[in-house]
Design a binder for this molecule. Structure first.
Ligand code: GLU
Length: 375
């Protein structure tokens, strides 16, 4: 099944809408657009799909309510803005969803809730219970209490994590751009929209650049990060323009709109997706071509012999990335050795470990059970 077919078949869908779609340039809420989106979301729910709605816009709504044109630099003030804005946003949603007879419930997540295993489990249970009752969860990051290093930071990544949390079939990211282009359409008029992406290669990552709009947090870069999380957890992802009328219905009936990232065949086990995306990445391990192939094609454990370099400072038990000779991320996993020890054993056969190491010896640098393939 290709990506479009999967969207057509999707039963559980996470819809993420960015600030640039929900707010005017003035920073105030775009009520016309919000009404249109809410109506579409209720319509797909009425058609039998389960929907989780990840909405940004709390900061914008808070600034609008306070009459501010610019985000204050002080973190506590930003927290205040989020606290005010989240209420404004939810009030608006509650009112409009209710007009269509749809019950919604607010879920504010922090990185901790989405990541630490027992809390992750509770977040998952809550979201699934709401879906089972026909309620649409309206999700955002809890910006009033989470700052900087404890933040996920952008709702593209948050939405992808939520999609893996609820085992969604599809993640739709609505933004102020039609999808991923062959070049930046703002500066290259000849740029073409890419309709379907199979593998997220380094070239695809490069297309995403680093740009973001002035009122939202994400750019294409965070959307590609989200696509990696989603597709390797078996979730098909689409990026499309939020202002396009009927955009959700079009995507979910398989029309060629936006950019679709095909999901990887197998759904990951829940624990694995938590492991891959929930933890801080502490380092990079580069491997040779043979090792990359064995991992990719057979899901082999990572052995020291195939390792060519190791970057970063990490302890045994940290989560690290595994990179191909071309620098493409092929896997993430929990490493059995710290970076110093790894430098001693890399390039060596497992049989040589007793001469190189003392104490606890593990054959694998990353065991396949503790590893998630990203390609
Ligand atoms: N959580 C932020 C808000 O509601 C949005 C983050 C983002 O734009 O990705 O304002």
């Amino acid at each position: 099944m290709d990506g479009r077919e999967r969207l057509k078949e999707a039963r559980r869908v996470v819809v993420k809408v960015g600030t640039s779609t929900l707010a005017h340039r003035t920073g105030k809420l775009n009520l016309y657009r919000i009404e249109q989106l809410v109506r579409e979301i209720v319509d797909i729910a009425n058609a039998g799909k389960e929907v989780v709605f990840v909405s940004s816009g709390a900061q914008a709504a808070g600034m609008g309510r306070l009459g501010l044109r610019q985000k204050p630099p002080e973190i506590p003030k930003r927290q205040v803005i989020a606290a005010i804005g989240q209420g404004v946003l939810m009030h608006t949603y509650e009112k409009i969803f209710a007009e269509y007879g749809q019950v919604v419930g607010q879920v504010l997540l922090t990185k901790e809730n989405a990541v630490r295993h027992n809390q992750y489990h509770h977040s998952r249970e809550a979201l699934q219970a709401m879906l089972a009752m026909g309620i649409i969860p309206v999700v955002n990051e809890n910006d009033a209490v989470s700052v900087d290093e404890i933040k996920i930071g952008d709702n593209d990544n948050l939405a992808a994590i939520v999609a893996t949390l609820v085992d969604a079939d599809a993640l739709i990211i609505l933004s102020d751009i039609e999808g991923l282009y062959t070049a930046n359409p703002a500066t290259h008029p000849e740029a073409e929209l890419i309709h379907e992406i199979g593998d997220i290669t380094p070239e695809v990552e490069q297309l995403a650049g680093g740009a973001g709009s002035s009122i939202g947090t994400g750019g294409m870069y965070t959307k590609i990060e989200a696509a990696k999380i989603a597709t390797s957890a078996g979730v098909t992802m689409a990026i499309a323009k939020g202002s396009r009328p009927h955009v959700l219905r079009e995507l979910l009936t398989g029309e060629v709109v936006g950019t679709v990232f095909a999901a990887k065949e197998a759904h990951l086990k829940v624990r694995k997706s938590w492991l891959a995306f929930g933890k801080d990445l502490r380092g990079d391990i580069s491997v040779d071509a043979g090792c990359a192939r064995a991992m990719r094609e057979r899901g082999s454990s990572l052995l020291a012999a195939g390792i060519t370099a190791c970057d970063g400072t990490f302890a045994a038990g940290s989560t690290v990335r595994v990179l191909s000779p071309q620098g493409q991320e092929i896997a993430r996993g929990i490493v059995n050795y710290d970076n110093e020890t790894l430098k001693r054993i890399m390039g060596h056969q497992t049989e040589e470990f007793p001469q190189l190491l003392q104490g606890d010896i593990k054959d694998e640098v990353i065991h396949r059970d503790n590893m998630v393939l990203m390609v």
